[in-house]
Write a new protein. Structure first.
Length: 325
């Protein structure tokens, strides 16, 4: 009897200790949570401050990854809005100070700090697997936050993104809407495959011209930004398999060409990272997996976006403050 009690007590202590270790060391038990939205599909739940695998994640009241902001820009300040998917967001694998938006903000601050009396802000509206139609819906719901420039950062797959849907929220492991009771439950859940359900499969099988639908969404984003006298910048990162021979697949080349022609016709500054990544001495070192960027990849993208943003913001400074929508 005593031996049984000792063994049982030991097991309980091990379970408690491992639960605490999983929470404090890895952040299990407190995953980033999502909200379903009828138009956007889903967005990160506001007001989250968590740590995952040692990396800090902060989500403000506008579902942005970043610190709290005022709804209106400082009268003499500069504000950029970066909007995109997990590449812009950085995910759990990127510590808060290393996300693209804050890297760009820091670089811009060193370039214009002497001439801007108010802070320079680079906001980050993003979520995993967002496409242009999700991003358009976010901007329609929340507005542009008086940003003088909006950077739409997409990747090749986003040209083929399906329509927004809230179906994954709370039903798939990558889009939880509540924290698990135990960290151990989240660990075990990572080994479970999501059960397919017909409604989501129907959305994922969307037919028709997906590229055209997403270009139309970018066009509407462009119109919203232009109506607020701001400047849209479009940037696209390639998949890892595109930067090594044989390069993009035929259907991707067709979609890329459509995007390039669209940007030229609309007069939208467009940065295609395919060639710079292909010409990198260590193309594979720019990625952490098949699509997401490594710290080196993030630095290259942040530097290029900063160089494109600087003359636009410099022109804004020289022309004086304007009211933005």
């Amino acid at each position: 009897m005593k031996l049984t009690l000792l063994i049982g007590g030991g097991l309980i202590l091990v379970l408690i200790a491992s639960e605490l270790l999983l929470r404090w060391l890895f952040g299990f038990g407190t995953p980033p949570l999502y909200l379903a939205d009828a138009e956007i599909g889903y967005l990160l739940a506001p007001n989250q401050r968590i740590r995952r695998f040692g990396n800090r994640i902060e989500i403000n009241r506008y579902a942005m990854r970043g610190p709290e902001i005022a709804a209106k820009r400082s009268p003499q300040g500069l504000r950029v809005l970066l909007i995109g998917d997990s590449i812009a967001n950085g995910g759990w694998w990127t510590d808060q100070p290393e996300i693209l938006s804050l890297q760009i903000q820091a670089q811009l601050a060193t370039m214009v700090w002497a001439t801007v009396p108010d802070p320079i802000e680079v906001l980050n509206a993003s979520a995993n697997s967002w496409g242009p139609r999700n991003e358009l819906a976010y901007l329609r719901k929340f507005g542009l936050f008086e940003a003088q420039a909006v950077v739409l950062l997409i990747n090749t797959d986003d040209l083929f993104a399906t329509a927004p849907t809230a179906l994954p929220v709370g039903r798939t492991r990558n889009y939880p809407d509540r924290a698990p009771a135990l960290a151990w439950l989240e660990v075990l859940n990572r080994f479970r495959k999501d059960k397919p359900f017909p409604e989501l499969e129907a959305v994922q099988a969307e037919g028709g011209d997906r590229v055209g639908a997403n270009l139309e969404a970018i066009q509407q984003i462009h119109e919203q930004v232009a109506a607020s006298e701001g400047q849209l910048i479009l940037a696209m990162t390639p998949l890892l398999r595109e930067v090594t021979p044989p390069g993009p697949r035929d259907y991707e080349l067709v979609a890329r060409d459509r995007l390039t022609q669209f940007a030229v016709a609309q007069g939208i500054p467009y940065i295609d990272f395919l060639e710079p990544f292909q010409n990198s001495p260590d193309s594979s070192g720019l990625y952490r997996d098949h699509i997401h960027l490594s710290p080196a990849g993030n630095r290259q993208v942040a530097a290029a976006l900063t160089q494109t943003l600087y003359p636009l913001l410099k022109s804004t400074m020289e022309s004086g403050p304007r009211d933005q929508g």
